[in-house]
Design a protein. Structure first.
Lengths: 402, 193
């Protein structure tokens, strides 16, 4: 008898793994049957999860931690046994801003663009029209990675520039009407803005943090306990879906599935471009291939590293202007559940890292690492400014940040 | 109390507005336009905000509530866990509510219940309307098929209809499906639609 799980999601390409787990029969193979609820805002995805209308949800990683810590609402503990993907977002600028700070014909160097942006931000502040950036949610990886880049470039978010929330479907609109000067959003929304001539992709977030945590699969902690078997089955099914997803032979099929009205309801051509790590940077330009723009499978990409949850907590402290609290840091760390991931995949032959936490940003070249099962080589996981995040010293890291 | 109803569907917003108009001591503001939403809410300075769950501006509004110092901070109604049944009803109906902190629960509850009822009434209306449209379209197809049978086989109207009904019964299909097939066949065979 197959168990049923209902999954909430937003129509974004990185909702791909649970969708493909269902469509290619991997979920049924593992004895779990999936149902989907599509929404238009993270607020609604979260409400459905919190009140039992869904069992699990596609979610921006920081929101899972913010919900657990009671930021903005009373605390409700969430658990993340699986990371749905790393990166996959881009920073798209209105043509006038791009002309002043970005490069043409390719993705520029984030440090160089950041330096030019710092000058432009001062100029705009002086004429009383400060630069405005749109992100998809206050507690999103987009917000944290954008802020990280700005701060490291000498620009103080919320002071030198404004950062506001824009719903993904309206990002192109917001650029066009001048409501914002730039957006940081996932695909296909950058491409939609580019196709309309409303923006130019200046950077991808993988240039800012080469292996930055993005969307996660979140469940309420009690639901994870009650539905542990079904959740572990889903994890196995999503790993199989990941292997299928990254095989170039399946690109067209998978893009066509994701484009369907019940999923992304979008343009299969744009979706296929994004999931093959290809970007049209400006209208009429060349398509650029940026490997690992999206990162869904290799290097145990879905493993919920505790250090990533802790990094997100440091950014929450930084930008919510709250005092670092060791107890909250621990609660944040416990949101990520490598134990569940391991238990789901133990004995399957899939790779399992030896450690559950790592120093983020420390790997510069291909490095073989110890594993519990299988073999694994990590590639660069650098931050663009060369800083290193040591999860054993959160306070020290916060003190070193600009 | 100042109540803002935010809904991109003007029809639904007016159904909600109508429902709440009878409540004493309430001033209602309807916002259907997405652009300039945040500024508008700032002007209204509502005590209660009602918004459909499918509204793509929910994250934008919550961000505004979280950071704005301009308005008293409304918080999501759903966070009041004391009342799971009412929350379930809201989500079922597709309405979210934000309430300025400190507003007494006994004043909010009847309003929310009313809003939920109006939301449900609106979806029933939509379903009825869709059904009615569907039935109308079927009626037209059946008439068309009847005329085809009358013209091509020289049958009187009631026999043309009986012919289709018998066929439907024998094949376990709906008469509208048979009619659709007749119309399609006729157009494929070169007749006019």
């Amino acid at each position: 008898m197959s168990q049923e799980l209902t999954i909430g999601f937003l129509p974004l390409v990185d909702a791909c793994l649970p969708i493909l787990a269902r469509e290619h029969g991997f979920a049924e193979e593992e004895g779990v049957s999936l149902r989907f609820v599509r929404d238009m805002t993270w607020a609604t995805v979260l409400d459905r999860l919190l009140y039992g209308y869904s069992d699990a949800a596609h979610m921006v990683a920081p929101l899972a931690i913010a919900t657990t810590l009671g930021r903005g609402r009373p605390a409700q503990p969430l658990s993340v046994p699986f990371v749905l993907g790393l990166n996959g977002n881009a920073i798209t600028m209105a043509p006038e801003l791009a002309a002043r700070v970005a490069v043409t014909g390719g993705l520029g160097d984030p440090a160089v663009i950041g330096a030019a942006l710092a000058i432009e931000a001062r100029r705009r502040a002086e004429i009383g029209r400060p630069l405005r950036f749109g992100v998809v949610h206050r507690y999103s990886s987009h917000s944290y990675v954008l802020r990280y880049w700005l701060a490291s470039s000498g620009i103080r978010p919320d002071r030198d520039v404004e950062i506001t929330t824009v719903a993904p479907p309206f990002c192109a609109d917001a650029l066009e009407t001048g409501e914002v000067d730039a957006i940081c959003v996932g695909e296909p929304w950058n491409s939609v803005a580019v196709e309309r001539g409303a923006g130019q992709i200046a950077l991808v977030t993988a240039q800012i943090w080469r292996r930055g945590v993005e969307k996660v699969l979140a469940l309420r902690e009690p639901v994870l306990n009650d539905r542990r078997d079904a959740t572990e089955a889903l994890i196995r099914a999503m790993r199989k879906a990941g292997a299928h997803f990254v095989d170039p032979a399946n690109l067209e099929t998978n893009a066509a599935i994701l484009a369907r009205p019940e999923y992304l309801d979008g343009d299969a051509r744009l979706i296929q471009r994004a999931i093959s790590d290809r970007l049209l940077l400006s209208r009429g330009g060349q398509v650029v291939h940026y490997p690992d723009f999206m990162f869904q499978y290799r290097e145990a990409a879905n493993f919920p590293w505790v250090s990533q949850a802790e990094w997100l907590y440091t950014q929450m402290v930084r930008w919510d202007d709250v005092v670092f609290d060791p107890e909250n840091a621990q609660r944040a760390a416990r949101v990520f559940r490598p134990d569940v991931y391991r238990s789901a995949l133990l004995g399957t032959g899939d790779v399992l890292p030896g450690a559950s936490s790592k120093v983020e940003g420390s790997v510069g070249q291909r490095t073989a690492v110890t594993t519990q099962q299988g073999s694994m080589t990590l590639e660069s996981n650098r931050f663009f400014d060369g800083m290193v995040f040591d999860p054993t010293d959160l306070r020290g890291y916060l003190a070193r940040l600009p | 109390m100042r109540i803002a109803i935010i809904d991109e569907s003007a029809a639904r917003a007016s159904v909600i507005q109508e429902g709440l108009a009878a409540v004493a001591d309430c001033e209602l503001f309807v916002v259907t336009e997405r652009r300039g939403l945040v500024a508008r809410i700032g002007e209204i300075a509502p005590d209660i905000v009602l918004m459909d769950l499918g509204n793509p501006s929910r994250d934008v509004l919550e961000e505004y509530f979280a950071v704005s110092r301009a308005v008293a901070r409304p918080i999501a109604m759903f966070v009041d866990e004391s009342d799971d049944e009412s929350i379930a009803a809201s989500i079922e109906a597709g309405v979210s509510a934000y309430v300025v902190d400190g507003l007494a629960a006994h004043r909010i509850r009847p309003l929310l219940d009313l809003a939920v009822r109006r939301f449900n009434a609106f979806s029933r209306l939509q379903t009825d309307l869709a059904d009615a449209r569907g039935r109308l379209a079927e009626r037209e197809t059946i008439d068309k098929a009847k005329r085809i049978l009358m013209n091509t086989r020289g049958l009187p109207e009631h026999e043309a209809y009986a012919e289709m009904r018998n066929h439907a019964m024998q094949s376990g299909k709906r008469i509208a499906d048979i009619a659709e097939a007749v119309v399609t066949a006729q157009s494929l065979l070169g007749g006019t639609r």
